[in-house]
Design a protein around this ligand. Structure first.
Ligand SMILES: NC(=O)C1=CN([C@@H]2O[C@H](COP(=O)(O)OP(=O)(O)OC[C@H]3O[C@@H](n4cnc5c(N)ncnc54)[C@H](OP(=O)(O)O)[C@@H]3O)[C@@H](O)[C@H]2O)C=CC1
Ligand SMILES: O=C(O)C1=N[C@H](C(=O)O)C[C@H](O)C1
Length: 246
């Protein structure tokens, strides 16, 4: 299929270009300026509407403000849209939901299959240990903009759903008071080139359970995003998540 990768010059976009090309797809890239990655042409952002005419699917790993604008163009062209960008404000998410009225939109904060499994395991663990304290730690490379990560937010939502309440998200911890039962600690680390680690710790009853996912390369995200695009072609307009494609 003809695939447009938006954010093709980025850390993850470059891996997606390589993965899709390796599977025999006809790939064109988009970024803020023209470039080329091996033999794949990368066009500046303004060319996106023209490139969409021939496209079977779009994969977007950029920044929220860009994805928000792309959603409108992709919906206008009627092309299936896979979004990996994280860190959306409400208005950006609304733009994606609007687009999903005319095209299939598949958005995921993490295209690693292990993270989909982690979300299920988190729900089971939290339900099984209702009184335990819970703390979340995520670690990423020093170039990451959004904090906490999109995956961390998805894990926090899964915890709230399992506990059937909204825990108070305590970002870092300082001062002079003990932990409240209603809290969930959220700890963010940014260092080096860490691809993405998420650890949920549950502690109580003189024991500790930790649930950890670690991406060992960005290829895992690229493979999942291309799987999602292949699956999304031909689907009805609507909102999909990565779990639907597995
Ligand atoms: N869902 C998932 O599984 C994953 C999600 N991500 C998310 O993907 C996003 C990108 O991450 P990462 O690859 O590290 O980011 P990078 O900063 O490495 O790359 C960003 C890319 O977006 C491009 N870009 C920026 N603004 C625009 C614009 N207006 N129009 C077109 N392209 C634009 C950049 O182009 P240029 O260089 O020309 O400016 C670059 O190619 C983040 O939100 C991250 O959290 C990351 C990994 C996995
Ligand atoms: O920016 C990244 O690198 C990653 N971002 C995603 C997130 O915010 O959860 C997924 C992955 O952890 C890598």
């Amino acid at each position: 299929m003809r695939l447009v990768v938006v954010g093709a010059t980025g850390r993850t976009g470059g891996e997606i270009v390589a993965e899709a090309g390796g599977r025999g797809h006809d790939v064109v890239g988009v970024a803020t300026s023209s470039d080329s990655i091996e033999d794949v042409r990368v066009y500046p952002n303004e060319k996106l509407p023209e490139l969409l005419v021939e496209a079977d699917a779009v994969i977007d790993f950029t920044v929220p403000e860009a994805s928000r604008a792309h959603a409108e163009a992709v919906a206008e062209a009627g092309v299936p849209y896979v979004v990996g960008t994280t860190g959306f404000e409400e208005a950006g998410l609304d733009a994606l939901w609007d687009a999903s009225e005319t095209i299939p939109v598949l958005k995921a904060s993490n295209f690693a299959r292990g993270v989909q499994a982690l979300l299920e395991v988190v729900a089971a663990g939290v339900e099984a240990l209702p009184e335990y304290d819970i703390e979340l730690t995520e670690t990423h490379h020093n170039g990451k903009r959004d904090a906490p990560s999109g995956t961390a937010n998805a894990i926090l939502d899964a915890v709230d759903e399992a506990r059937e309440t909204e825990l108070d998200r305590t970002h870092g911890r300082e001062g002079d008071h003990p932990r409240e039962d209603s809290e969930i600690g959220v700890h963010v680390r940014r260092a080096g080139n860490v691809r993405g680690e998420h650890e949920l710790l549950l502690a109580g009853n003189d024991e500790v359970l930790t649930l950890t996912h670690r991406a060992e390369s960005r290829r895992v995200f690229a493979a999942g995003a291309v799987d999602a695009a292949e699956w999304l072609v031909g689907k009805a307009p609507g909102w999909y998540d990565f779990g639907d494609a597995l």
